[in-house]
Design a protein around this ligand. Sequence first.
Ligand SMILES: Nc1ncnc2c1ncn2[C@@H]1O[C@H](COP(=O)(O)OP(=O)(O)OP(=O)(O)O)[C@@H](O)[C@H]1O
Ligand SMILES: [Mg+2]
Length: 331
Amino acid sequence: MAEGRARAFGPTRKREEEVAVPAVSVEHLSKSYGDTVAVRDVTFDVQKGEVFALLGPNGAGKTTTVEILEGFRERSGGRVQTLGVDPADHSTQRWLRTRIGVILQELAVEPYYSVRQVLARNAGYYPNPRPVDEVIELIGLSEKADDRVKRLSGGQQRRLDVGLGIIGNPELLFLDEPTTGLDPSGRRETWELIRLLASEGTTVLLTTHYMDEVEALADRVAVLFGQEIVASGTPSSIGGRDFGAVTIRFRLPDGVTLASLPVLAKPSDDGRVEIHTEDEVRVLHDLTGWALEGGHALRGLSVLRVSLEDIYLGLTQARAERRGEEPESRR
Ligand SMILES: Nc1ncnc2c1ncn2[C@@H]1O[C@H](COP(=O)(O)OP(=O)(O)OP(=O)(O)O)[C@@H](O)[C@H]1O
Ligand SMILES: [Mg+2]
């Protein structure tokens, strides 16, 4: 992060002021509903232009955090800024609402209006909206533009939710589980749309349960578990993912035995052979050099580092076990 780097080099006060204000800044945020603690001491920043993902099991506090940032819920403690202002401050709330786009986890839109009417009405709330037809095209609802909202399928309604989030041409877009309930092509189209918005400079804060969504979209990710952030980083480095062992797999070439390979390998569950190593450059060099020299085909060759899902489940299961709870995957 630019800010972290600047601090490490000991900037002057002036240089620190020049560092851009983050789109979102959360420091020691807490929220309780009566006796229920929903968020405990959560701290993170989202820089302008970033796509930031919040991951975490049901009830971890994602929606609570996001809705506090949008100004829809009040916090119990900590400091929060959205586009440089406190979202709970009534004097700036109207200003803020015209600059952010929101897709709530559950949204109720007027069922008797058509898709076009709903978008046009909402466009009227913003100073600089996107053209309604452009949004209809972007969300893939051109053929349903004149249908009433109540006739849309669940996935089509979710697309309309996305349309309502972007109609105001926001600087900062909050997406609470934007692709839950979408079919595979709907998910891909929504990803394309989010990438397009990001390429135009829109900052995006999304929550999701899908690891592939994080990998496809997020510059950075934080994992919420038990109301706290337990890890954060880039999708490729979080939880030490860029270090540690890789698994190399390939089909044993015809006429070759395990013992005659130049590296130590064992049979894999899928009929190939596999090697676990932390020294993959050396092992691949030895293996591919041997294959080229002897004219052996290494069919089905793959090199896999631990998946984001493995990291996520590792982080959340270890904590659940420490607390004597059931981890998410066994619920
Ligand atoms: N309005 C509310 N009143 C009381 N408790 C609430 C309220 N909203 C949320 N909670 C509680 O706060 C905790 C966090 O809920 P939250 O909705 O933020 O989780 P989440 O991470 O968004 O979960 P999901 O993945 O299921 O959407 C949960 O224990 C939940 O029961
Ligand atoms: Mg939620």
